[in-house]
Every structure is written in structure tokens, then in C-alpha cells.
Design a protein around this ligand. Structure first.
Ligand SMILES: Cc1cc2nc3c(=O)[nH]c(=O)nc-3n(C[C@H](O)[C@H](O)[C@H](O)COP(=O)(O)O)c2cc1C
Length: 177
């Protein structure tokens, strides 16, 4: 079984971030879960939403060793669907019966794939992921960021993509991007 899964949250499936993860996913032959197709409601202190898609989705994701979080930068932060998804990790911290599930995240590798219209990835964006990984006891696998200021153009990013893909599968034959 493939050890890697991508969780995608953007306001459009076939936009810049969607195109980037599709290229990476094709090379790695991995599944991309589109959060917009799931019903995941915001974190609820009263946990009245435990019957939505979050817990079954996590049961599935927890079977994988590497989790790629895929999001555009929206206002220096992760996209709203990704934030809603990440917020729900708090279910694992606050519902006694779910704490065991949360512990399963420990030792897993978290990666980030992002696009924006800036060359550099905003610290506010990337730190929110790396700090979350650390808090949850996950390993930080690294990230790839593509500047889409002039539209989706991978010129100059080919090596970054190859290196990112190789981190996840060192044995992969090099494929032209
Ligand atoms: C609501 C919104 C907020 C954005 N905020 C930022 C930002 O803070 N920094 C940035 O560099 N680009 C920002 N952008 C540009 C997007 O990050 C960029 O166009 C990205 O490639 C869009 O990916 P998508 O096609 O998956 O939505 C923003 C775009 C939108 C729609």
C-alpha cells in the first residue's frame, strides 16, 4: 500500500494549488482527498458534530505514514477548508474516547504543498503547519511552495518538485515535469 496521502483544501479544485498537487500526486501515484467534497463542520466545543465526515476521514488518513497538507496561501494563512480540517484535530485533544486516535498522529510525517503570488512562503502560513506538526508529535517532512504570480508556471521549480517527490519516494524514476 502507498504510504502517502494528500489532503487538499482550496476554493477551486483545478486552480494553481490543485494543478501542483496533481503533478506531484501523479508522480507519487497517491490519492488526493479534496476537502470540499467532505462535510467537515467547524470545531464545536460541545462536540455535536462528531457524526460528520471528519472522523471517518481521519480513520482513513491515519492508515498512511506521510500526510501532505495542500493549501494555497489565503491572507497569509492556510485556506478556510484546511483550517477547518486542522481545527478539528482538537477533537482528539478534547474528547476522551478520541485521544487514542490523536496519539496515532505521533511519528507520522507532515508535508506542505502550497502556492501563492509571492516568491517566499509567508512565515505565518508555514509556521502554522510546522507548529501544528510539532504540537501533535508529528515529524516535519518539509514543504514545497510555488509562486503563481504570473499564473501557473513551473519554470524554475522543476528541481524543487523533483526533490520534494524524492523525499517521499527516493526510489522513484525521474519523470519529466
Ligand atoms: C482569498 C485570497 C487570499 C489570498 N491571499 C494571498 C496572500 O496573503 N499572499 C499571497 O502571496 N497570495 C495570496 N493570494 C493569491 C493565491 O495564494 C494564489 O493565487 C494561489 O496560487 C491560488 O491558489 P488556488 O488556485 O488553489 O486558489 C490570495 C488569493 C485569494 C483568492
Amino acid at each position: 500500500m502507498n504510504k502517502t496521502i494528500a489532503v487538499f483544501g482550496s476554493s477551486r479544485r483545478n486552480g494553481n494549488t490543485g494543478k501542483l498537487i496533481d503533478i506531484i500526486a501523479k508522480q507519487l501515484n497517491i490519492e488526493v482527498i479534496d476537502l470540499s467534497l467532505k462535510i467537515i463542520s467547524p470545531f464545536d466545543y460541545e462536540h455535536k458534530n462528531l457524526d460528520d465526515d471528519f472522523l471517518p476521514l481521519m480513520d482513513y488518513i491515519l492508515k498512511f505514514e506521510n500526510i501532505i497538507f495542500v493549501s494555497p496561501v489565503y491572507w497569509f494563512a492556510m485556506s478556510a477548508p484546511m483550517k477547518t480540517f486542522v481545527d478539528r484535530f482538537s477533537d482528539f485533544l478534547s474528547v476522551e474516547e478520541l485521544k487514542g486516535k490523536g496519539r496515532k498522529l505521533r511519528g507520522k510525517f507532515g508535508y506542505v504543498v502550497s502556492t501563492s503570488i509571492s516568491e517566499e512562503i509567508d512565515n505565518s502560513f508555514i509556521n502554522s503547519f510546522s507548529d501544528t506538526f510539532q504540537y501533535l508529535g508529528m515529524e516535519n517532512g518539509g514543504f514545497i511552495h510555488v509562486n503563481c504570480e504570473n499564473g501557473f508556471d513551473l519554470t524554475g521549480c522543476e528541481d524543487d518538485i523533483t526533490n520534494f517527490v524524492k523525499k517521499l519516494n527516493p526510489y522513484l524514476e525521474e519523470v519529466a515535469i
